[in-house]
Design a protein around this ligand. Structure first.
Ligand code: HAS
Length: 542
């Protein structure tokens, strides 16, 4: 019960964030349609910042840490001391979130979720972010300790797959947030307090993206945990390959971080050679996703064939289509096929020039994070929350969940689809409605903006449905037992090689790759970049 309370605390913040962030998203699409103006003089960029920060940073981080803690508790156990430390992490993160949220809401931090210079916020925003990061570090070290204690008690045994995956994700998070901490503590806090007269803009952007790209894999990997080790149980199958899953996660650890420059391909001040090297590394980070796709097909096919299907695709029909715990993540997987293809386009150096800073990019991340990841998180919620609250996912709630998944898919297909097309015909991202003095090209964007408002409205209905289901599963669904589905390996599976758990080796390679990809560009940025022409009294939010 004590453990459940901890994990549920994270879930409550998650779904409160979904509601607030989703409402902001709806308003944004309405404003961009040109048919609606914000009341009470609310600034579009305040809205955009609340949306990005609350959904991109708060919703995701609280869900991930809560879910991962529950995986650790289930697989390697949690002691009283560790539980208390995890509570400390929760409160520090919550205080930080509240500080940042209030600062944004009062219009003192309209700097978007990417917040790099020259945009400037009130110091409370940066201090709040620091709290969130410190809280998440405590959570990470609790997870490291949990696995360490388990290993000591189980000498020579392979660690449980899910615990291994959580630790990889938190090591990646820790290394990535060092960049965030550096820019916030060394650059932003002194600058926003007026102690530093100028700020090195390029350095702040580079440090942000050093963190910003692994951030997207920090969102993705918990979804992969469910795909590799939970979905097989739900469909009545087994884990296809423990070694393949571990190797995919190790590749993510190594290649997620030294790729941040692919967000800065159009940026002056960075030598193109280093951009090109990081583009190559970006293509390396695609490989573990392709391995995942292969493994998922194999899992589905093996599960179906075990049920006696011999025809080429007969097994496909026998997947549990009416079980929302499977269906929602499955739609997420499907969305990742165009989502991942879009990512490959973004990463292709020359093609990036076509799509960068257009609303295509917004379409890309609504497919990847807001569909693939979010639908998988919803799929997890349907069993995790009743498991924790001692209730059951009733057939009625299951049905409502299926409707929710279809509403989400429809809304996102319309919204993200029109964002992709509008991006290709030049529609900019991060902008409010404008007719740009009546340009001819601008007229071609208007219908797509209307379509985005339609999609955004459907998505908001999806959010209300999801929050309703969450409340039901938390407080009102009938009492009962809901399983925590963790799949086993095949009986005749080969033993996973010990080297896969050689943490020193993988962390050393990760650090070596980061040093290789970043040392010279960073040195150049600090040596050649003008120290920054943005004075400390630069108006907030501009
Ligand atoms: Fe991205 C920009 C490149 C993946 C999120 N990305 C963003 C931004 C976000 C984001 C938020 O190189 C905007 C940041 C901002 O505000 O400026 N992205 C990639 C690449 C990948 C990728 C190469 N992105 C993601 C994921 C995200 C995410 C995942 C969130 C979770 N992205 C970029 C680049 C930019 C960028 C550039 C900067 C653009 C710019 O100029 O600003 C890859 O990881 C994608 C690999 C994925 C695949 C798909 C594998 C498919 C699977 C599903 C299998 C399905 C099954 C079901 C089994 C190759 C695993 C099948 C069943 C049937 C019946 C068929």
């Amino acid at each position: 019960k004590q453990e459940s309370r901890l994990y549920m605390a994270f879930m409550h913040v998650t779904f409160a964030s979904l509601l607030i962030g989703g409402l902001m998203g709806l308003l944004q699409t309405l404003v961009r349609s040109g048919k609606f103006t914000l009341p009470f003089g609310i600034d579009y960029y305040t809205l955009l910042t609340v949306h990005g920060v609350i959904l991109g940073l708060v919703f995701t981080t609280f869900f991930i840490i809560g879910f991962q803690n529950s995986l650790m508790g289930k697989t390697v156990g949690i002691s009283d001391k560790q539980r208390k430390a995890a509570w400390l992490a929760f409160w520090i993160m919550l205080i930080g979130t509240a500080m940042a949220a209030v600062t944004i809401l009062v219009g003192q931090a309209s700097v978007l979720y990417t917040f790099y210079a020259p945009l400037r916020a009130h110091p409370a925003f940066y201090i709040g972010l620091t709290f969130v990061v410190v809280g998440s570090w405590i959570a990470a070290f609790v997870n490291f300790r949990q696995l360490y204690v388990w290993k000591k008690a189980h000498k020579g045994e392979k660690s449980p797959l899910l615990a291994f995956m959580v630790v990889i994700n938190m090591i990646m998070w820790f290394i990535a947030t060092l960049g965030l901490a550096a820019t916030v503590i060394v650059q932003f806090i002194p600058w926003s307090l007026g102690y530093a007269e100028t700020i090195n803009v390029l350095l702040s952007r580079t440090l942000f993206w050093y963190f910003g790209h692994p951030l997207v894999y920090f969102w993705l990997l918990p979804a992969y945990m469910a795909w590799y080790a939970i979905i097989p149980k739900i469909i009545g199958g087994k884990i296809f390959s423990d070694s393949l899953a571990r190797l995919a996660f190790i590749l993510f650890l190594m290649f997620s971080i030294p790729v941040g420059l692919h967000h800065q391909l159009t940026e002056p001040g960075i030598d193109p050679t280093w951009k090109f090297i990081q583009v190559i590394l970006t293509f390396m980070v695609i490989i573990p996703s392709l391995m995942t796709a292969f493994s998922l097909f194999a899992t589905f096919e093996a599960a179906g064939r075990k049920k006696g299907f011999t025809s080429l695709f007969g097994w496909f029909k026998k997947l549990p289509w009416k079980d929302v715990r499977f269906l929602a993540p499955f739609i997420g997987m499907l969305a990742f096929i165009p989502g991942g293809a879009g990512g490959i386009i973004n990463a292709s150096y020359q093609m990036n020039a076509l799509v960068h800073n257009t609303i295509w990019i917004t379409g890309h991340f609504h497919l990847t994070v807001a569909t693939t990841v979010v639908l998988t998180f919803f799929g997890i919620t349907y069993w995790l929350v009743p498991h924790l609250t001692g209730r059951r996912l009733t057939p009625k709630l299951n049905k409502l969940g299926i409707i929710q998944a279809f509403v989400w898919t429809l809304g996102m297909a319309i919204m993200s689809g029109s964002m992709h097309i509008q991006g290709l015909i030049g529609g900019p991202r991060r902008s409010s409605f404008s007719e740009y003095a009546g340009g001819e090209q601008v007229a071609t964007w208007l219908n797509y903006q209307l379509a985005q408002a339609v999609g955004g409205t459907i998505l908001f209905i999806g959010i209300i449905l999801m929050v309703y289901i969450f409340i039901q599963l938390s407080f009102f669904a009938p009492r009962g037992v809901e399983e925590f589905p963790i799949a086993d390996e095949e009986e005749d599976a080969e033993k996973s090689p010990k080297i896969l758990e050689n943490w020193y080796l993988w962390i050393a390679i990760t650090i070596a790759l980061i040093l290789f990809a970043y040392t010279i560009p960073m040195f150049d940025i600090m040596r050649h970049s003008p120290p920054g022409s943005v004075p400390f009294d630069w108006p907030i939010g501009r």
